[in-house]
Design a protein around this ligand. Structure first.
Ligand code: NAP
Ligand code: HSE
Length: 431
């Protein structure tokens, strides 16, 4: 039996434009495979005069998003405009009108996900966001449904395509940061404001979602520590490589005996780590649990086409629910749990320090680390003419102790500059 379902789309940029093309060009193939006739009824954009790389019948495009939601032929709404406002209130309006909503907006879910899921639940309609994490990689459904019975202890992932693309270009092609970022923007990987990518905020929103789904406890964006790649230099990427590491911007969600800790920061991964070989805009999510041991999901994490495929999967799912006519309840419910501050977590640090090359300098630095209860694991020194660069890797110690030690070292008169600090992976994820 074939059934038509009218679709309203909020936003027709990189992802929305790709979705429009898929729904028009692949309509026959989708119908043959699913029995669904998915029809675009309305699509909202900000600027009606902009040239588009798709075509839709006259009257479909509008600059009034509410006209999309209120159109009686729109049976489900796709939000791919991005940002918190007005996207959040538009989604609320659609859910309150009992229309299923599909979104790729991780920023919004990390900020208001618990509220939106509750509203969808109250109205008995699907609220789906497979595309919000990992672009084209199926990860939301596996975490919230397939793995619902697993006691996951760690999720560790490369979840931002733009920064992984930049780091790969810098490490492999010696390309500078700005040039690589420009290329990522041209390829449609970056957010409208790429600061969110580069600062780690985009990855932190995704980490919040992954952590919430993995542990069944709502982890908001505000409780995710994040640090970006803005301060990384070619020198540090090269030093890391010489020491047998690859630098990645990594999201970690960990269930420890003291609580759930979720964070995003650059991490030096041993070359043999499963995430170390993930290159370019590819994303990968590594999950550890007692019965599944280790799972690795990898694939295109950004870009219009793969992300639109994930959105399309949710559209098909929601359209089936509409036609089945049943009330839908969310796949996951959130309980309470302790959230552990990142400062309490033990980490291992790499430091690059510029110092005076004279007697007693190394001893003074070692003293400050010792006084702050941080043990030094390895030291390398290079330099001449009274100036030297020290590379240090510490043993694992609480973040707050590492920070205090580095502040004390930075205050020594013989220390010209603490140029870089970066965390080092000191074992398997989930330790
Ligand atoms: P984009 O290219 O900037 O597209 C945004 C679209 O929304 C544009 O069509 C814009 O209209 C429209 N829009 C924005 N504000 C509007 C408003 N107030 N009223 C009506 N229309 C409005 O963004 P994108 O890259 O497609 O990203 C969309 C969402 O997908 C974001 O939440 C993003 O985080 C998420 N996402 C993106 C990717 C990716 O690789 N790009 C991957 C996964 C998830 P105009 O075209 O007229 O400007
Ligand atoms: N800007 C994001 C990225 C898009 O680079 O990964 C996918 O969410």
């Amino acid at each position: 039996m074939e059934s038509a379902v009218g679709i309203g789309i909020l936003g027709a940029g990189v992802v929305g434009g790709s979705l429009v093309r898929r729904l028009t060009e692949d309509n026959d193939a989708i119908r043959a495979k699913t029995g669904l006739d998915l029809r675009i009824v309305r699509a909202a954009v900000r600027d009606l005069s902009k040239e588009r790389d798709f075509s839709v019948p006259d009257g479909v495009l509008t600059d009034d998003p509410m006209a999309v939601i209120e159109d009686e032929n729109v049976k489900l709404v796709v939000e791919v405009m991005g940002g918190l406002d007005p996207a959040g209130d538009l989604i609320l309006a659609a859910l309150e009108a009992s229309k299923p909503v599909i979104t790729a907006n991780k920023e919004l879910i990390a900020a208001r996900g618990a509220e939106l899921i509750a509203v969808a639940d109250r109205n008995g309609v699907p609220f789906l966001f497979e595309a919000a994490v990992g672009g084209g990689i199926p990860i939301i459904r596996p975490l919230s449904e397939t793995l619902a019975g697993e006691q996951i202890d760690t999720v560790m992932g490369i979840v931002n395509g733009t920064t992984n693309f930049i780091l790969t270009r810098m490490a492999e092609d010696n390309q500078d940061f700005e040039q690589a970022l420009k290329e990522a923007q041209q390829l449609g990987y970056a957010e409208a404001d790429p600061t969110a990518d580069v600062s780690g905020a985009d990855a932190a929103a995704k980490a919040a979602i992954l952590s919430s789904l993995a542990f069944g406890v709502w982890v908001g964006f505000e409780s995710v520590f994040h640090e970006g790649i803005e301060n990384l230099t070619l020198v540090d990427l090269k030093n890391a490589a010489d020491l047998g590491y690859v630098v990645k911007l990594v999201a970690v969600a960990e269930k420890t005996p003291r609580g759930i800790c979720t964070r995003v920061h650059p991490l030096m991964l041993p070359k043999e780590h499963p995430l170390a070989g993930i290159r370019g805009s590819t994303n990968a999510i590594f999950i550890k649990g007692p019965t599944i041991d280790e799972l690795l999901f990898a694939g295109p994490g950004a870009g219009g086409a793969p992300t639109a495929t994930a959105v399309l999967g949710d559209v098909i799912d929601a359209a089936r629910e509409i036609l089945a006519g049943a009330e839908v309840s969310p796949a996951i419910r959130f309980g309470s749990g302790e959230i552990l501050d990142f400062a309490e977590i033990d980490t291992e640090w790499y430091l690059r320090i510029e110092v005076d090359d004279r007697p007693g300098v190394l001893a003074a630095i070692a003293h400050e680390f010792g006084a702050n209860d941080v043990s030094i694991k390895s030291v390398w020194q290079d330099g001449e003419h009274g100036e030297a660069t020290l590379l240090l890797i510490t043993h694992r110690a609480a973040e707050w102790k590492q920070r205090a030690a580095v502040a004390a070292v930075g205050g020594l008169t013989s220390v010209r500059r603490v140029s870089t600090v970066m965390r080092v992976d000191s074992g398997t994820a989930g330790r």
